[in-house]
Design a protein around this ligand. Structure first.
Ligand SMILES: *Cc1c(COP(=O)(O)O)cnc(C)c1O
Length: 351
């Protein structure tokens, strides 16, 4: 039986049609702006996100790293962001190592924090007090929230946070690793979500199914500066059109279908809620990420599931994450539910 891989939407492999698009891509030297496919992708993303320019990068992590570096003055500037967000726990300390940033971590609701929380986090501006504190410099929003459970920021929530940030003279950055999931779930256009940020990016290697790549958008001036860091950190490529073609294919063919991933995640959550011992709120599942608690050790639960041909990830002592994507269909979800039911009945230790 085929394996049901719910570990992450990063595990999608390029489809046959995507591989054909890659094979047929027109290419040139990206660094000299001579790769037509990469140029086309960058124009497409700039327009999609409502910004002047965009830059193709090897990874979303590099989009966050460059975005932060563009906004933060090394030497302790403070970034306000959710404690579950990617730069906090999954970028090898990059914000501190690369940008010299301190992180002011908010506890949002499923990764979604409020304008009032940002306001309360702002450091004092009066010279007497400001001498002691780090300087508030940047607010970073993650859309959708990954370890927050795939929650969608409402447009009003985003705008309220941007208003507070702007009023305080802060820069703003949107980690849109799964922005297109939010777009499909909410019906809000990507540009409406992204336009108000100084920098915003979208990932191609998550639900869009490309093997690698992400693109960072902003003003022409910021993207010029971003090119410097791309060069400095060794992210500048050559015939990158081969991978840019995969990204374009994902944008053309794998966005609307994210709705299927969301429906599959909801079905998975509803099925899990019926299993004895599982704690989950199916109503909190808004996109393709399902977080739940198991009654035993999460790693043992996941090992037992894997022995049954179903992969999920342990994210905490009892917490398990399942992520739907284009390689998992409705039958796969039913198989995952049956396997989870078996493991719970028989105990993870018995496998
Ligand atoms: C995956 C992810 C990233 C990093 O993207 P890569 O392309 O894997 O480097 C950043 N932020 C969030 C929210 C993510 O889920």
């Amino acid at each position: 039986m085929t394996h049901v891989n719910l570990f992450s939407d990063t595990q999608t492999r390029p489809t046959a049609a995507m591989r054909r698009a890659m094979a047929e891509a027109e290419v040139g030297d990206e660094q000299r702006f001579e790769d037509p496919t990469t140029n086309r992708l960058q124009e497409r993303v700039a327009e999609l996100l409502g910004h002047e320019a965009a830059l193709f990068l090897p990874s979303g992590t590099m989009c966050n790293a460059i975005g932060f570096r563009l906004h933060v003055r090394p030497g302790g500037d403070e970034v306000i962001l959710d404690r579950t967000s990617h730069p906090v726990g999954a970028e090898a300390g990059g914000p501190a190592a690369i940008s010299g940033a301190t992180l002011h971590q908010l506890t949002g609701d499923g990764g979604v924090f409020t304008a009032a929380q940002v306001e309360a986090a702002l450091r004092p501006a009066e010279p007497g007090a400001a001498r002691y504190t780090p300087r508030s410099r940047l607010v970073s929003v993650e859309q959708t929230t990954n370890l927050g459970g795939g929650r969608v920021w409402g447009l009003g929530d985003v705008e309220a946070v941007l208003d507070v940030a702007r009023a305080a003279g802060l820069r703003t950055h949107l980690d849109g690793a799964r922005l297109m999931n939010a777009v499909v779930a909410s019906g809000v256009p990507a540009s409406d979500y992204a336009r108000g940020f100084d920098t915003a990016w979208v990932d191609f290697s998550k639900g869009l199914g490309a093997p690698i790549g992400a693109a960072l958008a902003g003003s022409a001036e910021l993207i010029d500066e971003a090119w410097r860091y791309k060069q400095m950190w060794g992210g500048a490529m050559r015939q990158s059109g081969v991978v840019a073609a995969a990204a374009l294919h994902g944008l053309d063919h794998h966005v609307a279908r994210l709705a299927e991933d969301h429906a599959n995640a909801t079905r998975l959550a509803e099925g899990l809620a019926e299993l004895p011992g599982i704690a989950i709120d199916p109503a909190a599942v808004e996109t393709n990420i399902v977080l739940f608690e198991v009654p035993e050790e999460a790693p043992a639960f996941c090992r037992a599931l894997a022995a049954d041909g179903v992969t999920m990830g342990a994210f905490g002592a009892r917490r398990v994450r399942a992520v739907t994507h284009l390689e998992v269909d409705g039958a796969g979800i039913e198989r995952a539910l049956a396997a989870a039911g078996r493991v719970l009945r028989e105990g993870a230790g018995s496998v």
